[in-house]
Design a protein around this ligand. Sequence first.
Ligand code: ZN
Length: 274
Amino acid sequence: MPELPEVETVRRTLENLVLGKTINEVTVRWPKIVKHPDDLQEFNALLSGQTIHSIGRRGKFLKIILDDVVLVSHLRMEGRYVYVEGEEEPDKHTHVIFRFTDGSELWYRDVRKFGTMHVYKIGEEEANKPLVQLGPEPLDETFNPDELYEKLQRTSRKIKPALLDQAVLVGLGNIYVDEALFRVGLHPETVAHKLSKQQVMKLHKAIVETLQEAVDQGGSTIRSYVNSQGDMGMFQQKLAVYARKGEPCVNCGKEIERIVVGGRGTHICPNCQK
Ligand code: ZN
């Protein structure tokens, strides 16, 4: 699943491709992807005739901002956008087609069909699902270590599942939680409320640095993830533990292990993260 850096890469790519384009019509071929409004005709009516002014991001959600409405899109496992200028025919994995007035098209492809789309009037999206439950944005000044400490103090969960909870903070998934915990030498099964203030300060810094470095590198490309133009993110080569089972730790040389924490495959150095 794309995490904050990968979604940010998609955001930037889309911004280069579709800014200023006006939607002529929308075809939805797999209705379950559209979560709001309930009625597909209303979904089409809200978007048709609207021009794309900017592409934003909230956590792992894209926010496509048009004249009067905003399309909130989550790629989930396999979703991706494909920009098409020629006479190509959409394949069976293309579930939503946005046709622009200039003849170009934006396709939403999703092999697993887990992605979601919500359309709201501008200004209503933050007060409604799915954005309303979200915690602070880690690359924004609203993300502060004191608040993170308070939130972690209130949970008896392990630190990894706590950090994956998008109400605690947004944007982290399996890759960047493993990377951030490795950077501060914390075992992912550490109980969240047992962390000291100082440990949380370090963890906060590691989360920000890990995500910022990954954003700067265009994200990671794990399995089938590619950005909208099919480029590979370059952060993959910088990963210290994720997907490196059996390889030597960059700090101490001991073999990276894969364990399961909260049902998620988790990569640690057993020596650096005790
Ligand atoms: Zn190590």
